[in-house]
Design a protein around this ligand. Structure first.
Ligand SMILES: Nc1nc2c(ncn2[C@@H]2O[C@H](COP(=O)(O)OP(=O)(O)OP(=O)(O)O)[C@@H](O)[C@H]2O)c(=O)[nH]1
Ligand SMILES: [Mg+2]
Length: 394
């Protein structure tokens, strides 16, 4: 699972990334602070099943606090994108190629109105056009990728009478394009798949747009909610983009809380609406934490960063979390209880899960046992979120 953080310069991508990963990255109040991409591990948060079994788990990856399990996902923070990037403005859009294999994007939008379209400091800026700008630039990026090979590709399809959807999915599998996506796009857009060689530039752009839309679904992280103008700007965004998932957040507040927790100043579980002060605070720390409490947590119920990650994985991508678990014992051979948790597409079956564990498990699958009910299920059993299963093999 790879999720890309995209947005205009200075919207807070690196701050969001650092809050989610605690990796050491540059955060700065000038545009194009990030040049090389930052790759790191963040987490989605689920109710661990260890509570139901009256045990405490020992995750091999991620961690668990108070029966809240944090399951790792990969995050990528890239440079800022500006209007005209496809023509080389700013840092261009070549750097997006690091994101071709991303499953989804989180678009960070600075809703404070304090940075302009290029990320420079300003006042009373209306962020409404930022989303449109970014989507256009992403479309132009996809168009560029398609155009590089389209002529030869389209001619070959036409000459060999190859299946259009299959060929496109194969050619662009690196972008996570699958056959069904292509069929969907073709059906909706009425594209002539017999003669792709004759498509106009406008048609190819429309195709790029639809394909990008499907293969890089996106949530909006409406960032900097700790600033005064943010609330009204979010309402406007929601009105203008009713079809988008818009989640308020303050990356800066989340980063401050996670760092304070790391330094043992507070107890804080990401995504919660409160924290507990542990040690002696100096006046500055006290003020900063008070401000986070009153301006962010009390108003929005959390900093929103964890919610953005969870909604991306579970609501937008519709993934589910599955635990490998022995029907009779929850520990692995080393005595670790429920060490693993897998994120799988929502449509997955028991057999898909077996293959996710190991191809041998898939090849030799007999049945799966539900660790809760001890009932056996077959290969076509449709997995449910937080299922705990043992795979029985030949
Ligand atoms: N008030 C407030 N400021 C924030 C928040 N998130 C980020 N910032 C500030 O916004 C500025 C830009 O943050 P970065 O994380 O470097 O932004 P970026 O999107 O990575 O910028 P580029 O790498 O230049 O594209 C910094 O001064 C941050 O401290 C937030 O939630 N609230
Ligand atoms: Mg950055």
């Amino acid at each position: 699972m790879l999720i890309g953080l995209v947005g205009k310069p200075s919207c807070g991508k690196s701050t969001f990334f650092k809050a989610a990963t605690l990796a050491d990255v540059l955060i700065a109040n000038y545009p194009f602070a990030t040049i090389k991409p930052n790759h790191g591990i963040g987490h989605v948060k689920i109710d661990c099943i260890d509570k139901e079994f009256n045990v405490n788990c020992n995750p091999s990856k991620g961690y668990c606090v108070n029966h809240k399990r944090f399951v790792p996902i990969e995050l990528l923070d890239v440079a800022g994108l500006v209007e005209g990037a496809s023509n080389g403005k700013g840092l261009g859009n070549q750097f997006l190629d690091d994101l071709t294999s991303a499953d989804a994007f989180i678009q960070i939008v600075d809703v404070s109105g304090e940075t302009d379209s290029e990320g420079k400091e300003t006042k009373d800026y209306n962020p409404i056009s930022d989303i449109q700008m970014l989507e256009n630039e992403l479309d132009m990026w996809y168009l560029g990728i398609l155009k590089k090979v389209w002529k030869t590709f389209a001619r070959t399809i036409q000459n060999t009478k190859a299946d259009f959807a299959k060929s496109v999915a194969k050619q662009f599998s690196g972008l996570k394009v699958i056959e069904d996506d292509v069929k969907d796009v073709v059906r909706k857009g009425n594209f002539n798949t017999e003669k792709p060689n004759e498509w106009s530039d406008e048609q190819l752009l429309r195709f790029a747009h639809e394909l990008r839309h499907l293969t890089k679904p996106m949530v909006i992280a409406a960032n900097k909610i700790d600033k005064p103008a943010s609330k009204a700007n979010i309402e406007n965004l929601k009105q203008d983009y009713p079809e988008l998932m818009i989640i308020p957040c303050s990356a800066e507040a989340e980063l401050a809380l996670r760092e304070a927790a790391k330094h043992d100043i507070i107890n804080y579980i990401p995504g919660e609406d409160n924290f507990e002060i542990k040690g002696e605070l100096n006046e500055k720390q006290k003020l900063a934490l008070d401000k986070i409490k009153t301006d962010v947590l009390d108003v929005y119920g959390s900093t929103g960063v964890q919610e953005v990650l969870n909604k991306t994985v579970f609501d937008l991508l519709k993934y589910i979390a599955i635990f490998p678990a022995g029907a009779n014992k929850l520990a692995d051979s080393k005595g670790n209880i429920l060490p693993d948790c897998f994120l799988l597409p929502g449509e997955s079956t028991a057999l898909d899960f077996a293959y996710a564990l190991h191809s041998d498990f898939g090849d030799n699958f007999i049945k799966a046992i539900d660790a809760r009910t001890k009932q056996a299920v077959g290969k076509d059993y449709k997995l449910k979120n937080r299922d705990a299963l043992e795979i029985m093999t030949r």
